[in-house]
Ligand binder design. Structure first.
Ligand code: MG
Length: 129
């Protein structure tokens, strides 16, 4: 399986950084600057792992997560937050996220979470068969 990741963030800097770090680690990365753009991309392509910012202008990460779950319940969705204390993992899980990462982004923190995401995808695909 190709390890495809969709990175959704309204800040160019955060997307570039994640793209560079994840590409270096061997993942295939696509970027979207808004949830709307991301949802459009997802109509034509499947992304097993989606990493999304929570604070974005036209739609917040929680609503975006709902929208993804409406059209595709398989993807692992990882929240990217600079406001770790405002969101705890249990609340994020209740709305449909699988895990979260906090900013500032560091490769040694991202990689285990992303790898766990791809392991989880394998399980989901097996249980679907
Ligand atoms: Mg943002």
């Amino acid at each position: 399986m190709k390890k495809k990741i969709l990175v959704v963030d309204d800040e160019d800097f955060q997307r570039d950084l994640l793209n560079k770090l994840l590409t270096k680690s061997g993942y295939t990365v696509s970027e979207a600057e808004s949830p709307e753009v991301a949802l459009a991309l997802m109509k034509n392509e499947e992304f097993p792992v989606i990493i999304t910012d929570l604070i974005m202008l036209d739609m917040d990460g929680v609503e975006f997560c709902h929208r993804i779950r409406e059209q595709n319940s398989q993807s692992v969705i990882i929240a990217l937050t600079g406001y770790a204390d405002l969101y705890d993992l249990e609340k994020l899980k209740q709305v449909g996220f699988d895990d979260y990462l906090t900013k500032p982004i560091k490769l040694n923190k991202i990689q285990p979470v992303v790898e766990a995401g791809f392991e989880e995808i394998k399980k989901r695909m097996k249980s679907r068969r």
